[in-house]
Design a binder for this molecule. Structure first.
Ligand SMILES: [Zn+2]
Length: 271
């Protein structure tokens, strides 16, 4: 699933390409992805592209916005005469734009969604209203430490809970815990304050690296330009099962499941 760095990379791309375009029409071929409100977007000019957690928000000058969640396999791809991209068999929504441009929403698994809201109501939208603070924005170290001390859940499961903190998903949680040398199974409230501080720094570091490399394209993710990111070439722990830990060199990375999600850790240096 695209996480904060992937969605932020898409946001940056849309900010560059989409702002200033007028929406001429919206075609929806899978109704559950975009069930209602498309007519409210027609005629609107894109004025800003924001992100809250893993949700993209495109604001128009007519008082409406649309929210996009990519879930597991969603893609948002821009196309213009100078930057052509084609729809494919997973293209379920097509925004026709002025100046011969288009915006495609592609989604193989069809778990993604698009919703229309008044711009003034975006923060009250049910999904957005539940999002916790996010690293790199409003989650402070102090708040992070409090969050950990209030939970007995395994630390990795807590990191993935979007209502506690938003933006971190399975890839970056695995990598941050490896970087902080913390066993993903430990109860969150069992971390010493020094460890919590180290982990907080590790989360910021991996998210920034993710953004620097334009996200991780190990599966479906592509940028708004339809290109792959390269963070997958820099994974620290995610997907490394069976390989020697690159830090200690003493053990092979293990894979196990925690809360149903693939978890990768070094049995020697993550304690
Ligand atoms: Zn190790």
């Amino acid at each position: 699933m695209p996480e904060l760095p992937e969605v932020e990379t898409i946001r940056t791309g849309l900010e560059k390409h989409l702002i200033g375009h007028r929406i001429l029409g919206v075609e929806v071929s899978v109704a559950k992805i975009f069930p209602q409100g498309k007519e409210k977007l027609v005629g609107g000019n894109v004025i800003s592209v924001r992100r809250l957690g893993k949700v993209l928000i495109v604001d128009l000058d007519n008082g409406f916005s649309f929210l996009v969640h990519l879930k597991l396999t969603g893609q948002v791809v821009f196309s213009s005469p100078g930057f052509p991209n084609q729809p494919n068999k997973f293209t379920h929504v097509v925004f026709s734009l002025d100046k011969g441009s288009k915006l495609f929403f592609n989604d193989s698994r069809k778990f993604g969604w698009i919703k229309v809201e008044k711009t003034t109501d975006v923060a009250k939208e049910a999904f957005v209203a539940k999002l916790g603070p996010e690293p790199l924005r409003d989650l402070t170290l102090e708040r992070f430490v409090k969050l950990l001390s209030a939970s007995r859940r395994p630390i990795k499961i807590l990191l993935l809970d979007q209502t506690k903190m938003s933006g971190v998903g399975n890839i970056y949680a695995n990598d941050a815990l490896w970087l902080a040398k913390i066993d993903p199974r430990r109860p969150a409230n069992g971390l010493a304050s020094k460890e919590a501080e180290t982990l907080f720094g590790a989360i910021l570091k991996v998210l920034k690296d993710g953004i620097k490399y334009q996200g991780a394209s190990d599966q479906w993710y592509v940028t708004a330009e339809g290109k792959k990111g390269s963070y997958q070439e820099h994974f620290l722990a995610y997907g490394t099962q069976g390989k020697l830990c690159v830090r200690c060199g003493k053990a092979k990375m293990q894979k196990f499941f925690l809360g149903g999600r693939g978890t990768y850790a070094c049995p020697v240096c993550q304690k």
